[in-house]
Design a protein around this ligand. Structure first.
Ligand code: MOS
Length: 729
């Protein structure tokens, strides 16, 4: 494995040709997906015989203890192979992440936590027998209400330390114009289409997991750590993933219990969470309470900005870092941010769809709208005059690598017809519809992670890419193929991509919008390596190379790649290793969302009429897949604004609405034609690809644009998301 150290800004390189990169190629995995030939975790058949099925029995209380658990009736039911509970579960390693380990004792931590696993010959037998497990509990009084538990909130141990620049208290108190507002966002559920699912198979002490997972190497680490077996004894396969949204960053109960069940049963076990189990048994995004204070001069220049966030979770678990964008988005001398953890007994909270920014901007960008009104300013102009080209906490010594927020706002305002907006709310009518427009800025941190790949020039001159990278519906297959095709001068149909196998080189994986930039940079690194090997074989040592039409050209000669590949082919491994450019330059993707809504003046029903997003996210590797990502994000933003909410039963401590009939996400009928515009940008500090994260940018700020449009339409300011019709009447 050869490392490609990325610690100085990228110079010109073959990607800049943009013959294939930067073009809207269709997904190369598309035909397999739409014809049912792309196997998801539950679908695998090859090499898996005599399979048994698992079903999880979930806790019927949110907190307390199991007094007695009687499995005799379940064990005697037809087809049942075994029932595992904390009484007979094998010892597992210490806490890895979230839902590993499982069945560790009689204590209940949250509702629907696994208390038993039934393994049977068929799924139906396992599910029926699960109902025969008799359990008696002693419940404890739980902590289920964030508004109340916020009063006992604690400083989180890790993650996000408080930040403070200048003197916020003094700066805010002295500011001529002051805004002090508090917003709330509810618990939310990922609701990806493919549920958590795993098939586990043991061969001796070696375990294979076909599982739906975004991060193969984290899965290996956590499964091995939980089962207390060497990492090299675990193989994880996750070639196709039907949506992740953060739910599949870490293994959940299905992976651990399938592995434990398969070992105990001596047969492969398939375990999928039923949709209604996902809401409470698996992770979700925690609710937040967010207080925002902004002080400005009379012209609207921010002098002081403070953002305090409270979110709930199990003891020692993550906070929702909803103040992170407030550290970077706008100017201001006196600043503070803080996050506090309210320890609660609700299900485990974790990363979901742009953790932090997505809900942080629901508050910050609505607050900016309130501030603009207070100042009697245009909300676009308010944002523009508070732009800052460096990290405002660190000062000019840490500039942004690239930052086109102002350009996004201006371009979007022009395209959207923002000048037609009536700044006075409640003025524009279209029949029974009250019509309004709103804007929201978008920012998403650009993260990068080291990423490796193997690229093989095969006999006959085609190329194979192998990497642990996953494709969670994002287009990874396609952009990785585009990268190699560009680097090696081949057409797309000469490149094959294999993903999601832990036997391949370790990759960045799909998370935090780092996947595309990092994993293509990994393929770039491997291709650089391969190009050198090819040059050497062709006798072109040190010469300037051109790869074109399946040939390598140098020194006035051309050699075909097929002839160089020979019978055995040429394989090259490479890994992109990111240095400290991330520390020297603030890096983020930027955008602006413009929304027009209609609100029915009698019922409060809100319809999105138009939605435009303008984004600047470095090089857009594939405008088609990138646009598709933004459309998804925008749709999720509409969901966050109008409907998405896990409803907490604060008496018994669980999320009541546990399926897609009751947890509402926008469907086609809720979404008009959306528009996305990418501004031209190259970021030479991000990677040799000069690209940045785009996947989650679409969800950042869009919900506030919707809320601001609703205010402009109605004159009703709602600070508790989602903005359901009852709150508008
Ligand atoms: Mo994303 S919430 O990091 O999958």
């Amino acid at each position: 494995m050869t490392d490609y150290h990325f610690d100085t800004p990228a110079g010109p390189n073959p990607i800049d040709q943009q013959k294939i990169i930067g073009h809207p190629h269709d997904r190369i995995d598309g035909p397999r997906k739409v014809s049912g030939q792309a196997p998801y975790a539950q679908d695998y058949r090859d090499g898996i015989s005599n399979i048994a099925y698992g079903f999880i029995v979930g806790a019927g209380i949110a907190t307390g203890r199991i007094d007695r658990i009687d499995t005799r009736e379940a064990e005697a039911a037809p087809g049942v192979l075994l029932v595992m509970t904390h009484l007979n579960a094998p010892k597992q390693g210490p806490h890895q992440h979230d839902l590993a380990p499982q069945l560790t004792g009689p204590e209940i931590h949250f509702y629907d936590e696994a208390v038993a696993l039934v393994i049977a010959d068929t799924f139906e037998q396992a599910r029926d027998a699960a109902k025969l497990v008799r359990i008696s509990y002693t419940p404890k009084k739980g902590r289920f209400d964030l508004a109340q538990e916020r009063l006992n909130a604690v400083k989180p141990d890790e993650d996000e330390p408080d930040t403070s620049t200048g003197d916020f208290a003094q700066g805010f108190a002295a500011a001529p114009v002051q805004l002090d507002v508090t917003y709330t966002t509810p618990d939310q559920s990922h609701m990806m289409m493919e549920p958590h699912a795993t098939i586990a198979k043991w061969e001796g002490d070696r375990l294979t997991l076909w599982t739906s997972n975004q991060m193969v190497h984290w899965a290996i680490r956590d499964v091995a750590g939980t089962l207390m077996i060497p990492e090299e004894n675990v193989r994880v396969l996750s070639a196709f993933v039907g949506g992740g949204f953060g739910a599949k960053l870490w293994i959940q109960s299905d992976a651990v219990l399938a592995a434990l069940g398969a070992r105990a049963a001596g047969r492969p076990v398939k375990l999928a969470l039923a949709r209604p189990q996902i809401m409470n048994n698996a992770t979700h995004r925690p609710a937040t309470i967010q207080r925002i204070r902004i002080g400005t001069d009379p012209q609207g220049r921010i002098l002081a900005i403070g953002h305090e966030v409270w979110s709930g979770n199990q003891p020692g678990r993550k906070i929702e870092n909803a103040a992170q964008q407030t550290r970077l988005l706008y100017a201001g001398k006196d600043r503070m941010t803080s996050h506090r953890l309210a320890v609660m007994d609700l299900p485990v909270g974790n990363s979901m769809r742009a953790p932090g920014e997505a809900v942080g901007l629901l508050a910050l960008e609505a607050a900016m709208d309130e501030l603009a009104e207070k100042l009697n300013m245009d909300p676009v102009e308010l944002r523009i005059i508070n732009d800052v080209q460096f990290d405002p906490e660190k000062g000019p010594s840490r500039p942004f690598s690239t930052r086109k927020l102002v350009e996004c706002l201006r371009h979007g305002a022009r395209e959207f017809g923002w000048s037609k907006r009536n700044p006075k709310p409640g003025q524009v009518r279209d029949g029974n519809w009250l019509v309004g427009m709103g804007v929201g800025s978008a920012i998403r941190n650009n993260l990068s992670k080291n990423s490796g790949a193997r690229v093989t020039l095969r006999p006959h001159g085609s190329v194979l890419i192998e990497t642990q990278m996953t494709d969670i519906g994002t287009g990874s297959y396609t952009i990785l193929a585009q990268t190699a095709a560009e680097m090696l001068g081949l057409p797309m149909d000469r490149v094959e991509v294999r993903l999601g196998d832990s036997r391949f080189p370790e990759s960045a994986g799909s998370g935090g919008s780092w996947g595309a930039n990092s994993s293509t940079a990994g393929v770039f690194a491997a291709c650089e390596q391969l190009r050198q090997q090819i040059a050497q074989k062709a006798g072109f040592g040190g010469a300037e190379l051109t790869f074109r039409g399946g040939q390598v050209h140098a020194q006035g000669r051309s050699v075909s790649l097929a002839s160089l590949a020979g019978k055995n082919g040429i394989a090259a491994d490479g890994t992109i290793v990111f240095g400290d450019l991330e520390k020297r330059y603030a890096q983020a993707s930027f955008g602006a969302h413009f929304c027009e809504v209609g609100v029915d003046r009698y019922t409060g029903e809100t319809r999105i009429r138009r939605l435009l997003s303008v984004a600047a996210a470095g090089r857009i590797l594939n405008p088609k897949t990138a646009r598709n990502q933004c459309l998804g994000g925008m749709t999720m933003g509409v969901g966050a604004a109008l409907m998405e909410e896990c409803v907490v039963d604060t008496r018994f401590g669980y999320f009541v609405n546990h399926d897609l009939a009751e947890y509402h996400v926008p469907v086609h009928a809720d979404i008009p034609d959306l528009e996305v515009i990418f501004l031209e940008e190259l970021d030479d500090k991000s990677s040799p690809m000069k690209a940045k994260g785009v996947g989650e940018l679409g969800i950042c700020g869009v919900g506030a644009a919707v809320a601001n449009a609703i205010y402009n339409a109605t004159g009703v300011r709602v600070r508790d998301y989602p903005l359901t019709m009852d709150k508008l009447l």
